[in-house]
Design a protein around this ligand. Sequence first.
Ligand code: KIV
Length: 258
Amino acid sequence: MNTKINKILKKKNKSKILCLTAYSKNFAEEIDKYVDITLVGDSLGSVLYNYKSTKKVTLTNIIDHSKSVRLGVKKSLMVVDMPYNTYNSNKTALKNAKKIIKETKCDAVKLEGGKKIISQIRYLIKNKILVMGHLGLLPQTAKGKFKSKGRSDKEKKQLISDALLLQNNGVFAIVIECVRTSTAKEITHSLKIPTIGIGSSVFCDGQVLVTDDLLGLNNSNIRFVKRFINIKKYIKLGLRKFMSEVKLKKYPSKKYSY
Ligand code: KIV
C-alpha cells in the first residue's frame, strides 16, 4: 500500500484529513505544505472556464492542469478527477486512468458514483490503480438545481449501501458531497475508510473545498462555502502599487534596470 495513503487511513477517528483543489503549479506549491490530499478537480471547468457543468471538462483539460500541479506537489497525495464520459466502460476507464497517471504522475484517480460504476472501479483497482470514490451530489451527472442528498430514508439507505460497496471493492477514501448531517455521520461511522466531506457537516473524517472559494476568488453563493479570506483585496493592493509606480516612473528604478 502507498505510504501516503497509509498515513491518511491512520487519521480516521484521530485527526482531520485535509484536502484542497489545485489547478496549477503556484497554487499547488502552497497548498501542498498544508494538506494530505491535493485534488485536481474537474471543478476547474466552472472555476477557470465558466462552464455551466463539469460535463464539458475533457481529458486533455484535466491532464494539462495536472501536469502543472505535479510540479508543485511534493508531499501530499495527488488525486486527479476522471472527467465525465471517460469511464463509461471497464476498458475505457482503464485506458484513460492509465493515460492520466502516465502523463501526470498522479497517485490516484477519483470517479463519481456508486453501484452504477462499481464494475469500472473494481476493474481499475484490480489493475493496481488507486481509486478515490465520490458519493452524494454528483456534479457530472446531476440534473437541474443542485440539491442536498440523503434527506429521505431511501436516499440514506442507498448512500450507505453505495459507500459500503465502494469500500468493500477497495477505494481508499470517499468524497461525500452535499449530504445531510445525520446521513454523513452514519456513513462515516459505517466505514473503516475515511470520508472527506464537502457540504456534508463536521462529522466526516476530512474536509475538502475548492481553494478559489475559500480564498474569496470565486463569487460562488453556495451555502457550504465559507470565504476564509478576501484575497482579491491583496491582489488589488499589489496591482495598484505597480500601476502607480509605473505612472510615476518610480519603477523600474536603477536597481531593477541593466
Ligand atoms: O471537482 C472537484 O473539485 C471536486 C471536489 C469539490 C470534491 O470533486
